[in-house]
Design a protein around this ligand. Sequence first.
Ligand SMILES: NC(=O)c1ccc[n+]([C@@H]2O[C@H](COP(=O)([O-])OP(=O)(O)OC[C@H]3O[C@@H](n4cnc5c(N)ncnc54)[C@H](OP(=O)(O)O)[C@@H]3O)[C@@H](O)[C@H]2O)c1
Length: 86
Amino acid sequence: MTFRGLGLLGHALAGTLLAAGHPTTVWNRSTGKGADLIGRGARWAGSAGEAVAASAVVMVCVTDDNAVRELVQPLSAELRAARSST
Ligand SMILES: NC(=O)c1ccc[n+]([C@@H]2O[C@H](COP(=O)([O-])OP(=O)(O)OC[C@H]3O[C@@H](n4cnc5c(N)ncnc54)[C@H](OP(=O)(O)O)[C@@H]3O)[C@@H](O)[C@H]2O)c1
């Protein structure tokens, strides 16, 4: 699973998946927040394309609707491509 947004919620969810042994990819606007998760085996998604390519499910855990739109709209081409390949 991929997490975009590693605040309190996203960090806790990503950490729980990692602890359970699931492959986990992460991204956060402020890069320092994912460092401990990377140290525990998470992979960093450097771009929207990497985030979508890494996992069938992308969880967006950010502050509000506007922040979600900012993150999801640039993903639309990648999501369409991923959907048409399944
Ligand atoms: N915490 C909970 O127990 C809980 C429970 C249920 C629901 N929720 C909901 O889950 C959502 C996230 O909550 P949270 O507690 O994780 O919040 P938080 O700790 O304040 O973290 C906010 C996250 O949103 C990111 N963000 C904000 N604006 C952004 C933007 N324009 N572009 C990219 N990233 C942006 C922040 O990135 P930076 O680190 O770069 O600032 C940070 O990763 C909220 O809607 C909240 O209501 C939270």
